[in-house]
Ligand binder design. Structure first.
Ligand code: S3P
Ligand code: PEP
Length: 420
């Protein structure tokens, strides 16, 4: 448990680590490439290191140096691995690797924490089955742990339901180029979280893979392609920038997050625009995005494309005038925690009126009071409620170490808000 002590933040410049989503994708693409790749500025956190360790078990040669990681790829074919591959509660690792493991020569078991056993993967398993790959859930239907047999991925046409996660589509897109016949992927529902699909397509393009797409409904990926080994740099994580912009919004201070720009495919960069609508002043410059707090007013906003920023926005909304309505976020129930319920519970403890239904969240701004905040083993709960502690006395965050999942240095970087 740590207590966040209120303090003004003035003008600060912050650097956040490399993007989690881009790090997962770059490591996987490098492991599939033919030859040696260098991955610079990767995020080294629990989740991305689990992906890296998994790729090593699948036969990639990894040399993790201080500032970069060197990966000798396998040219699209993973080696057998008899031991279960443990992926904790990293949904991105689980879903993306469940797709590309089908390119291997072994039969793979992918497993994780008890919470992972409740996170859906059935739609991806259905799609793999439709491609003739006998992938299956080992305990509960539609959830990890899963068994993925290699040697059966020749490609073909497949439909994928992406109403609960875009990661199923990303998994198919990452495996498709290495199949013999290629894949035509039709999205039957969704996708939710669309910018993550763009990040996947962006990584494919950077590694020299051809993809033809019709918006988010159809993707044609020719088979027999080879990921091009090379030198790749991971951009800063826009999702992590959100907590620092939120700190500015709540305190009336001014925070610049370096290296983040709207040119990025990371959808979470859009949170700055939401804060602008709420009354903050936002400046986009070549070297980063600055948010300066102002009088906060409620917004109604569709957050289907920015699911990870919902707790961040909900906490900021607790300080805004009026009722903020966050729409189209049913997929939040399947994250590290049920984030709709968790966010409501903890806001209510702070005396804030927060109501969730199946796919939306309403937060009425007020005068939040201090509380012990449970974090549900969910890094984003800890980082979001830390913002409230900058202005409300007595905010205590349980299990602060849960930030290891995506941002091991979070609390040290958070302290920089005080120093400036
Ligand atoms: O592909 C990715 O890197 C991610 C996709 C999103 O998940 P869903 O597509 O399941 O919403 C997001 O919430 C997660 O943090 C990372
Ligand atoms: C949902 C998240 O990650 P994952 O799906 O990879 O567990 C997240 O980082 O908020």
């Amino acid at each position: 448990m740590i207590e966040i002590k209120p303090h003004p933040i003035g003008r600060c410049r912050i650097r956040v680590p490399g993007s989690k989503s881009y790090t997962h994708r770059t490591l996987i693409a490098a492991a599939l490439a033919d030859g040696t790749s260098t991955v610079r500025d990767p995020l080294r956190s629990q989740d991305t290191l689990l992906t890296l360790a998994a790729l090593e078990k699948l036969g990639a040669t990894v040399d993790d140096r201080e500032s970069h990681i060197v990966i000798q790829g396998l040219g699209g074919r993973f080696k057998p691995c008899a031991d279960p591959i443990y992926l904790a509660n990293s949904g991105t690792s689980m879903r993306l690797l469940a797709g590309v493991a089908a390119l291997g020569e072994g039969v793979y078991t992918l497993t994780g924490t008890p919470r992972m056993y409740h996170r859906p993967i059935g739609h991806l398993l259905d799609a793999l089955n439709g491609l003739g790959i006998a992938a299956r859930a080992l305990e509960t239907a539609g959830c990890p742990p899963v068994e993925i047999p290699g040697g059966q991925a020749s490609g073909g046409s497949v439909a994928i339901n992406c109403s609960v996660s875009s990661q199923f589509l990303s998994a198919l897109l990452l495996m498709a180029p290495c199949t013999r016949d290629g894949m035509t992927i039709t999205v039957s529902h969704g996708p939710v979280s669309r910018p993550y699909v763009d990040m996947t397509v962006d990584i494919l393009a950077r590694f020299g893979i051809q993809v033809r797409r019709d918006g988010y409904t159809r993707f044609d990926v020719p088979g027999g392609q080879t990921y091009r080994a090379g030198d790749y740099t991971v951009e800063p994580d826009a999702s992590q920038a959100g907590y620092f912009w939120g700190a500015a919004a709540i305190t009336g201070g001014s925070v610049t997050v370096g290296g983040v720009s709207t040119a990025s495919s990371q959808g979470d960069v859009g949170l700055a625009q939401v804060f602008e609508r709420m009354g903050c002043h936002v400046v986009h410059a070549a070297d980063g995005i600055t948010v300066t707090g102002g009088h906060l007013r409620a917004v109604t906003v569709d957050m289907a494309d920015m699911p990870d920023m919902v707790p961040t926005l909900a906490v900021v909304a607790a300080f805004a005038e009026g009722t903020t309505v966050i729409e189209n976020v049913s997929h939040l129930k399947a994250k590290e925690s049920d984030r709709l319920t968790a966010t409501c519970n903890e806001l209510k403890k702070m005396g804030i009126d927060a109501v969730a239904d199946a796919d939306s969240l309403r937060v009425t701004g007020g005068r939040p009071r201090g509380a012990e905040i449970d974090t549900y083993d969910d890094h984003r709960m800890a980082m979001s409620f830390a913002m409230a502690g900058l202005v409300v006395p007595g905010v205590k965050i349980a299990d602060p170490g849960c930030v290891e999942k995506s941002f091991p240095d979070f609390w040290q970087v958070w302290e920089q808000l005080r120093a400036e």
